[in-house]
Design a protein around this ligand. Structure first.
Ligand SMILES: Nc1nc2c(c(=O)[nH]1)N[C@H]1C(S)=C(S)[C@@H](COP(=O)(O)O)O[C@H]1N2
Ligand SMILES: [Mo]
Length: 513
């Protein structure tokens, strides 16, 4: 016995387990040694016959068996023989514990520490990674230099305040752009929209030509707003974390979209949309959309089938074919709903009893309590964002005379609720006045476009600095929360708190001063 315990204390013992009354001792020699591979060795594994290997941190993985089931398709092959990390910094969807533990199943060893002789291999690998990334984004178009770029790859940019201010309908080149993935190649001639669901014949498809010829053309003016609009403000002056791009007030734009009503197309496909409440009972609760870039989302069937909601399959934006960044040749436009559901480059629609399984439907674009952390945010339980809360922002402040400034901005609300009032304050919210509204020509409950507003306000006396504020009221008399405290969430979505701009009193300049 003594000898046994001595043995247990030996350097060589790495573990002891008791199972069914039996003691078993694990010695160092029992553990399989991690295999070590050099960068050069990894770089030779790029085809199914050699095996397809990648590097992540210091691990080496054989992902040959994973390729057919990769949700992003064969795009993963661009990382073959290289480090996957530069690609993951672009496709941020991979930064989840699920992805990391999934990858561990494919681990075959460790990367050898880089020595002086590896310098050329490292250089070679970095060069080919840069080339592969350039190739991935090879179809991305040129963009206007006026946009404020928040991420180059994938391309994300907001519109300058003055550009939002200067036109009621935002020109295409200045409309904010939000891409999660590279812009896909779309050939109008070969393009087909597939539709599936109950009552719909297998393999039902429509070309762009058929869509244009068979259905009535509709024009709808819609303000699209990203769920993350004004995210930056959610944590200004605090040390609270938020995950996502630091959007200011420009992740919103207003455009006239033309195309065909989704409802008409579903009816032509064979689905009894006029009786959708009855069809509901057959289990259709959601309409799912897939985009050619790999993005996907869904909306409730009630939204999709309701003629009042005017959901479009659009092929024109402000009278022009939809530009590549905005989903040409075909995109969904869901008025009154968070822009994340307006799927660009849409080529597949499915009627289903469940929401889309896309990452962005199930694991993103949901709201949480201010106390939920990254770890405790329960994405399965939370409701997907669809219609959005009432919102407003100040786009410009200009000096009129010594103590008077002119303010301009936008206001908007979800589900088609019109804006009935915008209150502005020049003293941080102590006193208010009504702004003058520029209301779009749309029904009060189908007001998908934004309302612009302006007001001339008197600055308070005896202060060096003051805070200009705006808040909007919609047709449901909903209004905006005073501060972000009650609506803060770690994903940084749905910031609709009063918009505040501090200005020096006496020598007021523009917002950028
Ligand atoms: N296919 C596809 N559709 C998409 C996205 C995307 O990355 N791919 N982004 C969504 C999000 S989050 C937003 S805010 C809007 C942005 O539309 P825009 O680029 O035309 O302004 O598109 C939505 N539709
Ligand atoms: Mo978005």
């Amino acid at each position: 016995m003594r000898a046994f315990f001595d043995d247990l204390h030996g350097d060589d013992v790495v573990g002891v387990a008791i199972k069914d009354g039996q003691i078993s001792v694990k010695h160092r020699a029992d553990i399989p040694k991690a295999k070590i591979f050099t960068r050069h060795e990894v770089s030779l594994h790029t085809t199914p016959s050699t095996g397809i290997w990648i590097i992540h941190n210091q691990g080496v993985y054989d992902i040959t068996r994973f390729i057919p089931i990769h949700p992003g398709g064969s795009r993963i092959l661009l990382a073959a023989g290289k480090s996957i990390d530069p690609f993951w910094s672009v496709f941020s969807i991979h930064h989840t514990p699920e992805t990391y533990s999934l990858l561990e199943e494919y681990r075959i060893g460790d990367l050898a520490p880089d020595g002086p002789s590896d310098l050329s291999a490292i250089e070679e690998m970095q060069k080919s990674e840069t080339e592969a990334l350039a190739k991935l984004f090879g179809n991305d178009p040129e963009r206007d230099e006026r946009l404020i770029v928040r991420s180059e790859r994938p391309f994300n940019a907001e519109t300058r305040r003055e550009d939002l201010r200067d036109s009621f309908v935002t020109p295409n080149h200045l409309h904010y752009k939000r891409n999660h993935l590279p812009v896909p190649v779309v050939d109008e001639e070969e393009f087909a929209l597939e539709i599936e669901g109950p009552h719909i014949e297998d393999g039902f498809r429509l070309s762009i030509k058929e869509l244009k010829e068979r259905f009535e053309k509709a024009d709808v003016m819609v303000a699209l707003q990203c769920a993350g609009n004004r995210r930056k403000d959610m944590t200004t002056g605090t040390d609270k974390p938020v995950k996502g791009l630091p959007w200011e007030e420009g992740a919103i734009s207003n455009a006239v979209w033309s195309g065909v009503y989704l409802r008409d197309v579903l009816a032509a496909a064979g689905y009894p949309v006029k009786e959708y409440e009855k069809a509901h009972m057959e289990g259709v609760e959601h309409v799912q959309f897939d985009g050619l870039d790999g993005y996907g989302a869904s909306i409730p069937a009630t939204t999709a089938m309701d003629p009042q909601r005017e959901v479009l399959l659009a092929y024109e934006m402000n009278g022009e074919p939809i530009p590549p960044d905005h989903g040409g040749v075909l995109r969904v436009v869901v008025p009154g709903t968070v822009a994340a559901r307006s799927v660009k480059w849409v080529n597949k629609i499915a009627l289903s009893d469940e929401e889309s399984w896309s990452h962005w439907q199930r694991h993103d674009y949901k709201g949480f309590s201010p106390s939920a952390t990254q770890e405790t945010s329960d994405y399965e339980k939370a409701e997907s964002i669809q219609d959005m809360p009432v919102q407003s922002a100040i786009l410009d402040v200009s000096e009129r005379d010594n103590r008077t400034v002119h303010m301009q901005g936008y206001a908007w609300s979800g589900a088609g609720h019109g804006i009935v009032r915008v209150d502005v304050s020049a003293d941080g919210g102590k006193t208010w006045m009504d702004a003058e509204l520029h209301v779009p020509p749309q029904d009060r409950n189908r007001r998908w476009a934004w309302t612009k507003w302006e007001a001339t306000v008197k600055l308070p006396k005896g202060v060096k600095e003051t805070e200009l504020v705006c808040k909007a009221v919609d047709t449901g008399y909903n209004t905006q929360p005073e501060t972000v405290d009650s609506i803060y969430n770690v994903r940084g979505v749905l910031n609709s708190a009063w918009h505040r701009v501090r200005i020096p009193v006496g020598e007021t300049g523009g917002l950028d001063a």
